[in-house]
Design a protein around this ligand. Structure first.
Ligand code: PAZ
Length: 316
């Protein structure tokens, strides 16, 4: 049995899989009928429970900056976006106002009649207006579908379900897999039932998570334009690892990035090209984001891919 089949057979699926399937099918069908391309963006980091009644988890650094920013640029480029994100991580549009700042957005004003009104802080109005205008347009067009996950297993079940739901739209779909997915977990049968006691040093036995790229590319959504991300902290191995991933799964693009410099530079690796994308200091100072360039680049590649697949189909 393939490791991913065994993984799914041993874990309990999230309770909302049926609803997610229905809403993704409806969303994609509606927007494809209107001629839009669809992108599936995964974002944030999975967490892995260390106990059955989980008090402790193995977590991941990712806050979903890349995923949430990219989703906005995909919307700007005309895509309909399915956004699978870790609960509590950054989301498109609200990311501009992190939750701890909510009270800073508002101010109290004493009125002549003795009452107090809540108003938007004047200094925040320009940014809020700018973001809110686009957000309302997206809401009206209904081009953003948000789905949440928490644990590794929720993420993997939802990944498969969304991929399968988008599969009928084949090359019109881009899979943009920016989430940071744990490479290790504790199998359910090995999880201690109760909170691990602190009266002795802790030794953890983790097993490797199944690599879902293989079934995703070969079985769940074989016709899509698939982009995976490769994160490393060691400059000396990143290129080799990214190339290995591309060769192993035969998908379309690996975006490779180094933890410390990921907001300034990435390398886009395809079977035929290796192209660096850079942000200059002045671009960063002006508030520009590297995701704008990544998305513009991928849109071009996706269009080329789509056209060549459709042409091939027509000439058969
Ligand atoms: O969420 P963030 O913007 O801080 O980080 C983004 C990222 C580094 C998680 C993403 O670009 C990425 O590389 N994801 C794949 C990670 C991996 O190799 O598992």
């Amino acid at each position: 049995m393939a490791d991913w089949v065994e993984y799914f057979s041993r874990h309990t699926p999230p309770g909302n899989l049926k609803e997610v399937r229905a809403s993704v099918c409806e969303f994609a069908g509606k927007h494809r009928a209107a001629g839009k391309e669809i992108v599936f963006v995964t974002s944030g980091g999975t967490r892995v429970p260390l106990e059955e009644n989980a008090v402790r988890f193995l977590d991941n650094f990712s806050m979903g900056t890349r995923g949430s920013a990219s989703a906005e640029y995909f919307l700007e480029q005309g895509y309909a976006v399915v956004f699978l994100h870790r609960q509590g991580s950054l989301r498109p549009f609200t990311r501009h106002f992190p939750t701890e700042d909510v009270l800073d957005l508002l101010q109290l004003k004493d009125m002549p009649d003795g009452s107090t009104q809540v108003q938007v802080n004047a200094s925040k109005v320009p940014k809020l207006t700018q973001v809110l205008k686009i957000y309302r347009q997206v809401q009206t067009a209904g081009t953003l579908l948000l789905i949440e996950y928490n644990s590794l297993s929720e993420y993997l079940f939802l990944l498969r379900t969304v991929a399968e739901s988008l599969a009928p739209h084949g090359p019109a779909v881009m899979m943009y897999l920016a989430a940071a997915v744990s490479d290790f977990y504790i199998p359910p049968q090995d999880l201690p039932k109760h909170k691990i006691q602190s009266n002795a040093p802790l030794q953890l036995n983790l097993v490797q998570s199944p690599k879902m790229m293989a079934p995703l590319v070969k079985e769940w959504i074989p016709q899509a334009f698939t982009v995976s991300f490769k994160l490393e902290t060691d400059m000396n191995i990143i290129s080799k690892k990214a190339r290995e991933a591309l060769a192993k799964y035969s998908h379309q693009v690996v975006v490779s990035n180094i933890l410390q410099t990921r907001k300034k530079t990435v390398v886009m690796i395809t079977p035929t090209q290796e192209t660096a994308i850079w942000m200059s200091d002045s671009e960063l100072e002006a508030g520009r984001e590297i995701e704008e360039k990544i998305v513009a680049d991928l849109k071009k590649m996706h269009q080329h891919f789509y056209t060549s697949v459709v042409m091939q189909g027509n000439t058969r």
